[in-house]
Design a protein around this ligand. Structure first.
Ligand code: ISL
Length: 546
């Protein structure tokens, strides 16, 4: 494989810095902590690290509210440390992906501060979406758009004399004002930010909320007859101009940089448009993430994804978890495994043993599919969602903005357990002064890296083995897939002479003829594959392609 096209088959590990490893003992993860774990990540067998935002931020949204795109939050370390980290990772064969947040800035960003200090109509306000209100005295928001975190997408400002002033648009929290991407300075600034990180060795960027940047110039009310595809602020055609220009910039480097879009779009036809030649390299496949644990739905999701990606010549991606969604062990352990982004469905009982069994099978499925794959920190340990965080400790704005109806995303952001038998499980060093910023359950002693290391039955061992095999088998990663005949509720496909079989039926099934069992997510039962288990097989060389 061409080294420049590493992103076509890479396994990319998401580091949520705040919760990964705490080097200085204040209870918050940091770059020193990551640095101390680089060998762990290299030995896990991933190809690249994606760091969730590490910039100076008031943390109104866990760092997705950026106050300065060219520095590191002091709680995490320094820019010099980040540069060293990128270089050290590279020496270990790990590329670095930086998280870029172009839709909005923090309300503490100098641009927004300047806008607040400037009168209506001033140039400083034109970099955002400031508008007078409607109704009597402008007391109503300029339009009926809602924030993705709940409530109106508009917040009213005060004039210099303290009287109520204009409103500004924020598709997320009020602390995250949306940028106006029709403004040339907004374009220019982001090109400079991309260069800043590419010049420091970043191999690519993950583009946050990439489908939201362009807004309808008139900011119209939502048309009740045209839900949901009306594109007032989501997936507008103009957004593609931005990515065409970013692609030229990324391609101007001797080692071209990769552009990875975070775009939640149920319409895969529309999603595939971001992958046209000259635009993004890959986009996250959230359809697969959100797919229930049902054989027909999974197969349809996989086939559809492969179909769309083949058509545009881009590799598919596969994601089971990230910092925004309920962890798969918990998701797959519920009676109803269907999943919607905004509802974490707290209180729905989950059978965690069943969920773990399925999550392990899902991992083998994912790593056997064509394209690139993502692993979110803690997924390799089989961590469940933490569903009983006391309300007083919750930090996620999604919880507050929904009035506590949505439990928020903190349950997937709990600090990683590394060692020992009680919190902080080696997340912070001995003698730490700070408690972990989110509480860890008292039941995680068996889930630490230390406890799982070397245990043949552990999820960490399964992930390490799968990634090792994926590296040594040329047919895994990018390339063709052929479905195999299989019993009802069994998914079976081959990648050249490697087959993957996933049993979603209630009973054990016989394996196809094979030379060798390469890896299994659960012990075979008298040579048969148990329910909710997956296996990788070496096929005899004379097995015909169907
Ligand atoms: O747009 C959506 C649904 O219509 C959302 O799913 C949205 O795409 C998603 O929430 C974006 O998430 C990212 O940006 C957020 C941040 O809170 C998340 O953590 C991040 O992953 C705002 O920056």
């Amino acid at each position: 494989l061409d080294d420049d096209a590493w992103w076509r088959s890479a396994v990319i590990y998401q580091v949520y810095v705040r919760s990964f490893a705490d080097g200085n003992g204040d209870g918050t993860g940091d770059l020193a902590g990551v640095r101390a774990k680089l060998r762990y990540l290299a030995e896990l067998g991933v190809d690249a690290l994606w760091f969730s935002p590490w910039y100076p931020s008031p943390m109104a949204d866990g760092g997705y509210d950026v106050a300065d795109y060219r520095d590191i939050d002091p709680a995490y370390g320094t820019l010099e440390q980040a540069e060293r980290l990128i270089a050290e990772a590279k020496e270990l064969g790990l590329r670095t992906i930086v998280d870029i947040v172009p839709n909005h800035v923090s309300d503490r960003h100098p641009w927004f501060q300047a806008a607040l200090d400037s009168p209506p109509g001033s140039p400083a306000r034109q970099r955002f979406w400031f508008r007078p209100g409607r109704g009597d005295g402008g007391a109503e928001p300029p339009n009926d758009w809602n924030s993705i975190f709940g409530g109106s997408a508009w917040t009213r400002t005060k004039n210099a004399d303290g009287t109520p002033g204009e409103w500004y648009l924020h598709l997320f929290a009020p602390e995250q004002p949306d940028l106006n991407w029709t403004h040339p300075l907004v374009w220019h600034e982001h090109e400079q930010i991309l260069r800043f990180w590419f010049d420091r060795g970043a191999a690519g960027v993950r583009i946050d909320s990439a489908g939201l940047l362009a807004k309808h110039a008139d900011l119209p009310d939502l048309d009740p007859d045209h839900e949901p595809g009306q594109h007032v602020h989501t997936d507008r055609d103009e957004v593609h101009d931005i990515y065409r220009s970013w692609r030229r910039l990324a391609d101007s480097y001797a080692e071209p940089r990769a552009l990875i879009g975070e775009i939640w779009l149920p319409d895969l036809e529309r999603l595939a448009r971001y992958l046209r030649p000259g635009e993004l390299h890959t986009v996250f496949n959230f359809d697969f993430l959100a797919c229930p644990w049902e054989p027909d739905r999974l197969r349809a999701s996989i086939e559809q994804s492969l179909h769309f990606h083949e058509r545009v010549g881009a590799p598919a991606t596969w994601v089971l978890s990230n910092h925004d969604v309920t962890r798969p062990v918990t998701r797959y352990g519920r009676a109803d495994t269907s999943f919607a982004f905004a509802t974490k469905r707290a209180g729905t009982a989950s059978d965690l043993a069943l969920g773990l069994r399925r999550a392990r099978a899902a991992a083998l499925l994912m790593f056997a599919l064509p394209g690139s794959a993502y692993v979110y920190q803690g997924e390799e340990l089989g961590l469940p969602e933490v569903e009983d965080i006391e309300p007083g400790r919750i930090q996620d704005p999604m919880y507050f903005r929904s009035g506590g109806v949505d439990p928020g995303r903190d349950g997937s952001r709990v600090p990683v357990p590394w060692s020992g038998s009680e919190p902080p499980y080696g997340f912070s060093p001995d003698g730490a002064t700070g408690e972990p910023w989110l509480p860890q359950p008292g039941t995680w002693a068996g889930l630490t890296v230390e406890a799982q290391d070397g245990d043949p039955a552990s999820t960490l061992t399964l992930y390490r083995a799968a990634l090792r095999i994926r590296r040594t088998e040329p047919s895994l990663g990018d390339g063709p897939l052929t479905w195999l005949d299989a019993p009802a509720d069994v998914l079976a496909f081959r990648r050249d002479d490697v087959a993957c079989v996933v049993n979603l039926s209630a009973d054990p099934v016989a394996l196809p003829a094979h030379e060798e069992v390469l890896l299994a997510s659960a012990d075979l039962e008298d040579g048969r594959l148990g329910s909710d288990a997956a296996v990788w097989l070496r096929l005899p060389t004379d097995t015909p392609e169907q």
